[in-house]
Ligand binder design. Structure first.
Ligand code: ATR
Length: 270
């Protein structure tokens, strides 16, 4: 069996092992996928040990994505811009390539699974942390009309927008500068939902027929999904589809086969 794993801290609630086992079963690939509780002070050591045991690739999750970016010997263009790596691939020369599949995961869930056309749309991205940095370039590459990145700490939104401005129409602002603006899609990339909170935004930012998407996932509706229902969003979605899609893209990078995601999403919804 070929060895892969997800590394993070905490890690016990990660659904990645279940997802990748389903992919392995579906494709017949000889993949074994475990979970590693990463040592906060020795991420590089944990990675080295895993490779020493014959490991071929890792998914990297909170809080190690930036460290994985620094550790990788080479980076995909997407990972380079994101400043974060969620997929490490062991190359034939034993060097490590870092990639980031979060953005493609979000784009595929929105466009393929949900049928939302990003081209020409006005998008509000809430948050300017690592989660948002990982997805902003792939979103811009879909040619939305514009993306406004709004963050509680405005300065972080400005600098993130500046860093990706050559990929499309994008600007940063504070949450308190949104009055009078309107969007076809609002994506929540903040960590507010972990505390059951919603970033404070004006009621009027969601256009009639607009969609809400929370990058977080929980087995009940997330706080931001709830905000979407209350504000009459045409659809209000959580991030489960994104989670499965980013995993599928990692699997493709490792194995050269893109698994079917819909049966796995359906299985996890049960
Ligand atoms: P992650 O890697 O999950 O993105 P992060 O880099 O710590 O984590 O970023 C967390 C994001 O959630 C930030 O954009 C943060 O806003 P600040 O930059 O102002 O801290 C945002 N956030 C967290 N709690 C929030 C809340 N209650 N309301 C609004 N934004 C919040």
């Amino acid at each position: 069996m070929d060895k892969y794993a997800v590394i993070g801290n905490p890690i016990e609630h990660s659904m990645s092992p279940e997802i990748h086992r389903a992919f392995a079963q579906q494709t017949g690939e000889p993949v074994e996928y475990g979970r590693i509780l990463g040592n906060i002070d020795d991420f590089a050591g944990d990675v080295r040990r895993f490779l020493g045991e014959g490991g071929l690739g890792l998914n990297v999750t909170v809080p190690f994505k930036e460290q994985a970016w620094r550790l990788a010997d080479e980076l995909s263009p997407g990972a380079h811009t994101a400043g974060a790596v969620n997929t490490l691939i062991r190359l034939e020369n034993n060097q490590l390539r870092g990639d980031n599949t979060d953005g493609i995961g979000l784009v595929r869930d929105l466009t393929v699974n949900q049928g939302f056309r990003l081209q020409g749309k006005r998008i509000l991205m809430l948050g300017a942390g690592g989660a948002v940095r990982g997805v902003i370039r792939p979103l811009l590459e879909q040619h939305p009309k514009r993306i406004i990145i709004a963050n509680r700490t405005a300065s972080k939104a400005y600098s993130l927008a500046n860093g990706v401005s050559n990929y499309g129409q994008v600007a940063g602002c504070g949450l308190d500068e949104l009055a009078g603006m309107e969007f076809d899609l609002i994506i929540n990339g903040t960590a507010a939902g972990l505390a059951g909170e919603v970033p404070s935004i004006p009621d009027s930012v969601l256009s009639k027929g607009g969609w809400c998407y929370d990058m977080l996932y929980s087995n009940q509706a997330t706080a931001f999904q709830q905000w979407g229902y209350e504000h009459k969003a045409a659809r209000s979605l959580d991030g489960l589809g994104m989670l499965v899609e980013q995993a599928a893209e990692s699997f493709r990078l490792w194995r050269g086969i893109l698994p079917e995601t819909s049966p796995v999403i359906a299985m996890l919804r049960e």
